[in-house]
Ligand binder design. Structure first.
Ligand code: FAD
Length: 120
């Protein structure tokens, strides 16, 4: 069956959702107001409860709430938030045995396109 014509499995849902989540960080302001930070914090909290893959949501929530607060969302601006989302994605990559992504390049992958022009 054509993938685009069928209900998404965990993989397809994940790919689409990561596109959305990283795009959200790409569109985030370079310096966010406290209201924008609060809004995004609420979104992430609700997202981590409502994401329709329940084990995924449980583990993502546990990662965010890890003791010591080191995985708390960093929402002061685009660069911090984009890097945080990249680290969140890498935590899932590790769990699934996938390759980690070098977070220095999140912005080329999701916002500006690669410097070699391959996305132009
Ligand atoms: P994906 O991991 O979907 O990545 C898509 C693209 O993003 C990659 O091709 C790459 O270009 C880019 N990318 C990769 N890593 C990063 C990064 N760190 N930062 C920026 N860009 C990156 N699946 C499960 O089986 N079990 C789970 O518990 C689970 N939890 C999930 C939790 C969340 C919040 C989400 C959104 C998804 C989860 N998934 C889970 C799905 C899983 O992460 C993948 O989306 C799915 O396995 C498809 O993987 P993929 O190899 O196509 O690439």
């Amino acid at each position: 069956a054509n993938d685009d014509d069928c209900p998404p499995d965990v993989e397809a849902l994940g790919r689409s959702t990561w596109t959305f989540l990283h795009s959200l960080t790409a569109a985030y302001p370079p310096r966010a107001t406290s209201e924008q930070q609060l809004e995004m914090h609420s979104f992430l909290k609700l997202f981590s409860r409502l994401y329709p893959c329940w084990v995924c949501a449980d583990d993502f929530r546990a990662w965010m709430n890890q003791s010591g607060g080191r995985n708390e969302p960093r929402l002061s601006g685009r660069s911090e938030f984009g890097t945080w989302m990249c680290e969140a994605h890498n935590a899932v990559n590790r769990k699934l045995g996938k390759k980690e992504f070098d977070c220095r390049f999140w912005e080329e992958r999701w916002r500006t396109g690669w410097k070699d022009g391959r996305c132009d």
